[in-house]
Design a protein around this ligand. Structure first.
Ligand SMILES: [Cu+2]
Length: 197
């Protein structure tokens, strides 16, 4: 939501600036931010690659992701494959089945995973989180006691049937709010891969 909100603000400001400068001379400076913004949002797509924890079966229209919570000690181990705070973006094509083989390597605490409609600024707690796609959430995802425990694994699968910008987040209290989330984009144009930022 941050980026989208920001671009909306920039666009609105640009319009206002152009409007205020209606006398004629000042219009050029007001237009510059509005034209730069689309290039910034398209940048990750240009650098997509397929990491070793991602496999793409085009014939079977399936993307399989090996996602490890607490892969390294970044963000206090509250990370997915070492990424947190939206500094990574997974892209899968709309209409593909997605399999997430999830494992918790954090020795200290439970984690979970699910596809959430939010894109940053997550609340501290979730009551009954509704994943964007049916099946796109791990078991007991909000529970420290019953979520995916240290050393445990589980797999989820779902049909990514609607293009859009979503997030992969951990629903354990305070985890997403303190950065345990990455971007999850379902592309309408068949783009697939991963980009870090
Ligand atoms: Cu977590």
């Amino acid at each position: 939501m941050n980026r989208f909100f920001t671009s909306s603000l920039v666009a609105a400001f640009g319009l206002v600036a152009v409007g205020c400068g209606g006398g004629g001379d000042g219009a050029a400076s007001g237009e510059a931010p509005a034209t730069e913004q689309p290039a910034a949002t398209e940048a990750p797509a240009a650098s997509l690659s397929v990491p070793d924890w991602m496999s793409v079966d085009e014939a079977g229209k399936t993307v399989t992701l090996e996602i490890i919570a607490g892969k390294d000690d970044s963000n206090n181990r509250w990370n997915f494959n070492g990424y947190s705070r939206g500094n990574g973006t997974i892209v899968v094509p709309a209409g593909y089945n997605v399999v997430i083989n999830f494992r918790n390597d954090d020795p200290n605490i439970a984690h979970s995973i699910g596809v959430d409609s939010g894109t940053g600024n997550f609340p501290a707690t979730f009551q009954n989180p509704e994943p964007v796609f049916v099946g796109a959430i791990s078991a007991n995802a909000t529970s420290m006691q019953e979520g995916t425990q240290p050393g445990a694994s589980e797999s989820i699968s779902f049909m990514a049937d609607a293009a859009g910008d979503y997030s992969l987040i951990c629903y354990i209290p305070a985890h997403a709010a303190t950065g345990m989330w990455i971007n999850f984009k379902v592309s309408a144009d068949g783009a697939v891969g991963f980009a870090s930022s």
